[in-house]
Each structure stands twice: as C-alpha cells, then as structure tokens.
Design a protein around this ligand. Structure first.
Ligand code: CAA
Length: 401
C-alpha cells in the first residue's frame, strides 16, 4: 500500500531508508510500525471526540504506555526501551498524525523529562525516577513558563532559597502540559534575579509534596485533549537531592532540554501536516467538480505538490536534528530550523487542505477543522517562530546576534 508520500507504508521506516539512504535498525522499524498501527486503529478514530469534549485521551496514552512509548529514551536497566531520538522522532510523527493531543503528551514526557534526566540526573535520581517514567505510571512535565514570562525565559520570577537540606520554592507556572497528571515535574526557579542565567536552578519535583497545587485548567484553541494547567508553588519544600545538575546550571539545562524538545514539536508539526495531506488527497480523489476529479484540477494538484514537497523538506530537517542529537553533536540551530519549517508547513498544509475541502472542511465532523486548530500551537510552544528565528540568526551571525 502506498501513502501520499509515495513510499511503501508497510515497510516500517522504509520512509527513512528511502529518504536518507540509511539502514534503520529492527528496533526502529518495530516502533515505527507499532506507532503507525496505533495511530490508524486507535488514535485517529478517537481524536475528534477528545477534541470536542476537551477530554484527556486516557485510554490512548495507556495503550501507548503498555507498548513502551513512554520509555523510548529511558534506559533498559530501568524498564525503558533505551532507544534514541531518531526512534522517538519516528514514533512521534505517527502518533501526532493520529492525534496531536496525545502526541504532545508523549513528546513532553520523553523529550522534556526523560531526556534531561538522562543527561543531567544523578545515578540516584535516575534509579528513583526512571522506572515510573518508563512504564508511564508517572507522567512527566516541564515547567518554565510563567504567567508574565514566556519567550523571555531568563526573567522567570519563581524563587528558590536554601534552608538546610531543603530548597523552598515560591511562584506560579503557566501553560504546563501534563501539569495536573504529572508524577514528576522539572521546574526552574531563581536564587536571585540579579544573577540572571547564573542564578537559576532546575529541580525534579514530586507534586505530592506539601506546598504544591494545581491551578486553573487552560481552555485552548487546539490540542484540546491535552492537559494544560497552571502550577502553584507555595513554600514548597524540595529535598536538596532533587536539584537537577549543579547550582546555577538551571538555565543551561532548560535551554539544552528545549533544543531537544523542539525536535519533538517539529515532529508533531510534520505529523499534523502529513495528516492534512492524507485527508486532502483522499478528498480530492473522491470528489468531482466541473465534471472531473478534484485531484485532476491543476490548482488542487499544485497545492498537493507544494504540501508534499515542504513536508518532505521539514521531515528531513527534523531527522537531521535528531541524528545530530543522537551523535552528541550541537543541534540547537538545526532543531530551531526544523521546528520553524515544520510548524509553518503544518499551518499552511492545514489551510490548503481546508481550501481543497471547501465547506466540507469547516464542519466539526471533519478532521481538517481540528487539524487546522491543532496546527497553530506548533508555532507557539517550546519557543515561538520568532524565538526560533532569533536562535537561528544568532548562530548564523554569531558576532551580531
Ligand atoms: N544550550 C545551552 N546553553 C544555552 C543555550 C543552549 N541552547 N542557549 C543559551 N544558553 C546559555 C547561554 O550560553 C548563556 O549563558 P551565559 O549566561 O553563561 O553566557 C545563557 O544561556 C543565556 O543565554 P542568552 O544570553 O542567549 O539568553 P537570552 O535571554 O538572550 O535568550 C532565549 C534566550 C533563546 C530567548 C530563551 O529565553 C528562549 O529560548 N526562550 C523561549 C522559551 C521557550 O522556548 N519556552 C518554552 C516553554 S516549554 C513548553 O512550551 C513546553 C510545552 O508545554 C509543550
């Protein structure tokens, strides 16, 4: 069977081999195949319902957890898959093609929690936290954004002060994905705002500890099934052994982590864009206008060609960023390029697919109406498109950024 990329879909990761000429290990083939099967059989049929009801895709996340998708990056010794970012990318594209609310849940869990724990965690922290994270029993969240500080992450106001063997946290975090469901949260707080980046610490927080509470639930334009809330730290006492990395290293941990997270959101955007293309091709093949198939109309076929080309280019950028991260090489610029390009095509593909559908695309029964709304967040979270351009331009113009 061929999908709209023209590549055999029953050949797991045949896509990657065809595009890059790389041979993909059996583990990656398997995870791609499984993600694709779950997307087609379980995620796509439920996505519109969870969107409409703004309900968390509980069953879908449980099935993915049982399949090992919450532990893709977690080490094998702690029950994880011990795989790499390429495997995560292959899986997340398919999951997001099926349901972007489910996709961001897994992306944050793996790339914003497991990944920094792997890089910066102590042996004790890994042994304590990974088993729950790998099985999906404990969900991960990443809390840096505050009500008044999104893009300017260096200006966060949440404070931490040391008292004996504990840190005391005070402040409010906003727009936190997985926030009300998380069993482990990475959060960031400043010892002294005057110290700027050198004053920020990272903590792995257990939300059952006194002083922590979940604030208001955010109602959203898209990805309406995902869990997005405020978090409140009110004299929350965090044991000193929950500091992640060194004192004052928190901002670098935050940025390093977001470099990887942005590959996850680039992947989400590619998945959404591919879903738009698939639905548009189906519609254009199955409908007639002015006595011929819509797909044979030159205006429509050119839209399809533009979508397919830009999706492929964005997918390549995303694979490249993942491969660089896996090779331990700098990937900040490449991750930002992948996110910028992919999130733009996700939104353009949603608009083009909607135009191909015409009136049929704006009805709530149509997946396009949901995909159109789901695409927008890719240009906003884990760094807006303006922030990606800032990061890219600083790399391209290192002395003038
Ligand atoms: N890796 C490691 N260190 C880095 C880094 C990176 N990629 N980027 C910057 N740093 C270091 C710098 O070297 C610098 O170190 P020194 O102080 O020792 O010199 C320090 O961090 C400060 O960097 P800058 O001077 O570049 O800081 P800035 O304020 O000018 O710009 C920014 C930083 C790029 C704008 C940053 O604030 C940013 O990325 N903002 C966007 C925030 C964001 O993406 N939020 C997403 C929230 S999470 C989310 O959305 C999750 C979800 O729910 C899905």
């Amino acid at each position: 069977m061929l999908d709209s990329t023209g590549i055999e879909t029953n050949e797991a990761a045949g896509r990657l081999e065809a595009i890059l000429g790389l041979s993909v290990p059996e583990t990656h083939r398997y995870i791609y195949d499984e993600a694709k099967r779950i997307a087609d059989e379980i995620l796509i049929p439920a996505a519109n319902l969870h969107d409409r009801e703004e309900s968390f895709p509980e069953d879908q996340v449980r099935i993915l957890a049982q399949g090992g998708f919450m532990g893709i990056l977690a080490p094998k010794e702690f029950g994880g898959q011990g795989l790499d970012n390429l495997a995560l990318t292959l899986a997340l594209e398919e999951i997001n093609r099926g349901c972007a609310s489910t996709g961001v849940t897994l992306s944050v869990h793996n790339s914003l929690l497991s990944s920094p724990l792997l890089h910066f965690g102590t042996d004790e922290q890994k042994a304590r936290l990974f088993p729950g994270l790998a099985s999906g029993e404990s969900m991960g969240a990443y809390a840096i954004t505050e009500p008044d500080h999104g893009s300017d992450a260096l200006s966060i106001e949440t404070t931490c002060r040391r008292e004996g063997d504990e840190w005391i946290l005070n402040g409010t975090k906003a727009w936190i994905t997985n926030g009300s469901r998380a069993g482990t949260i990475i959060t960031f707080a400043t010892m002294d705002p005057a110290l700027r980046s050198k004053g920020i610490n990272a903590f792995v927080v257990d939300p059952t500890m006194p002083g922590f509470s979940v604030g208001k639930k955010e109602l959203k334009l898209g990805i309406r099934g995902s869990d997005t809330v405020q978090l409140v730290f009110d004299e929350m006492r965090v044991p000193a052994e929950n500091l992640l990395g060194e004192e004052g290293q928190g901002f670098k941990i935050a940025m390093h982590t977001l470099d990887g997270g942005r590959i996850g959101i680039a992947t989400q955007a590619v998945g959404i864009a591919q879903a738009c293309l698939d639905v548009a091709v189906d519609f254009a093949e199955g409908h007639e206008m002015f006595g011929r198939r819509l797909a044979d109309n030159q205006l429509v076929s050119h839209k399809i060609a533009d979508m397919a080309t830009r999706i492929e280019a964005s997918r390549l950028l995303t694979y490249r960023a993942a491969l660089l991260k896996d090779a331990g090489k700098p990937h900040s610029r490449q991750a930002s390029m992948a996110k910028l390009s992919s999130s733009e095509i996700a939104n353009d593909a949603a608009r083009m697919a909607l135009e191909i559908h015409g009136g049929a695309g704006i009805g709530r029964q149509s997946p396009i109406e949901r995909l159109f709304r789901d695409a927008k967040i890719c240009e906003i979270y884990e760094g807006t498109s303006q922030i990606q351009r800032l990061v890219i331009s600083r790399h391209v113009r290192p002395d003038r950024g």
